[in-house]
Ligand binder design. Structure first.
Ligand SMILES: [Zn+2]
Length: 291
């Protein structure tokens, strides 16, 4: 039903834009898009119920937030334990909006398929935003990997975004950005697809907003040193560690906030506005990224 409404709205816009001079079409501001990002819930962490309890509380809090949809950036459960997925899904029902997950290195592909979604690499379109969800995790490594087939599929997604005048947001559990000590050091290495993926992003620079990741458990961690591209690791909803990255002058940003929580994202014409909300707190951490 929602999809049909969306399609007919798109057709209406496309038709009316034919009647407008080109200049006034490009001057039209795009509507804001708002959604929630959550990651690294690790249900079954240390074989205890604490992660499930916190996820239930977090899901209830997310449901009260504005936003059209929710992105979960991987490590849904800890160590791929099969029985944890139904628990995750039961608490997820508290959220009355679409939730799109990607697997992390703790989510074996076949278990993810069994419980969450048959087609792992997928894209969802919300208005003018194409959200591309791709699995770059292996269960036996902390690094990220993109296969030739995935890179070809990512190129197809970028081409579709170009054709439909959409902006691109890519979600991958493991960051693509190179990082080393004092950071974790985990990323997509040049031989594992990093070089080709950055080449593709450069080709589509005008329509690529950001790469969103989980995996690090270091609060909000990000870089902005590949042209206009923003690369952001989101805080875990279970636990985060202070690696004192800013004190140690690691590149990029890592504001001091390490409580577990979720992030409200609003994309406007000018900014990606991040508002991190610790699950147990009223105050929020804000970070605006210029686009
Ligand atoms: Zn991970």
């Amino acid at each position: 039903m929602q999809r049909r409404t969306f399609l007919s709205a798109t057709t209406a816009v496309a038709t009316s834009s034919l009647l407008l001079p080109r200049a006034s079409f490009s001057a039209e501001p795009r509507p804001e898009i708002e959604f929630v990002v959550v990651t690294d819930t690790h249900l079954g962490y240390k074989d205890k119920d604490a992660a499930l309890k916190l996820w239930s509380k977090t899901a209830a809090a997310i449901d009260k937030q504005p936003g059209k949809f929710v992105l979960h950036l991987g490590d849904v459960v800890d160590r791929g334990v099969d029985e944890q997925y139904p628990r995750y899904l039961e608490a997820r029902q508290l959220i009355k909006k679409p939730v799109h997950e990607i697997p992390g290195n703790h989510d074996p592909a076949e278990t993810f398929q069994k419980h969450l979604r048959q087609e792992i690499d997928t894209a969802s379109v919300y208005d003018w935003l194409r959200v591309v969800l791709v699995n770059n995790s292996h269960t036996d490594s902390h690094d990220g990997f993109l296969t030739e087939q995935q890179l070809a599929w990512l190129a197809e997604q970028a081409a579709l975004a170009a054709k439909h005048h959409q902006q691109l947001l890519f979600c991958l559990h493991v960051p693509v950005h190179s990082n080393k000590h004092p950071d974790r050091g985990w990323h997509v290495k040049p031989a594992s697809g990093q070089t080709q993926f950055y080449d593709l992003l450069k080709e589509h620079e005008a329509r690529t907003l950001a790469l969103f990741h989980g995996h690090f458990h270091n609060g909000l961690r990000g870089w902005h040193d590949h042209g206009k591209l923003h690369e952001v690791c989101f805080p875990s909803a279970l636990y985060n560690l202070d690696r004192q990255l800013e004190a140690k002058q690691a590149p990029g940003y890592n504001p001091v906030e390490y409580r577990p929580g979720y992030t409200l994202v609003k994309i406007t014409d000018k900014e990606i506005q991040l508002r991190f909300q610790a699950t147990d707190a009223a105050d929020a951490l804000k970070k605006n990224l210029a686009v």
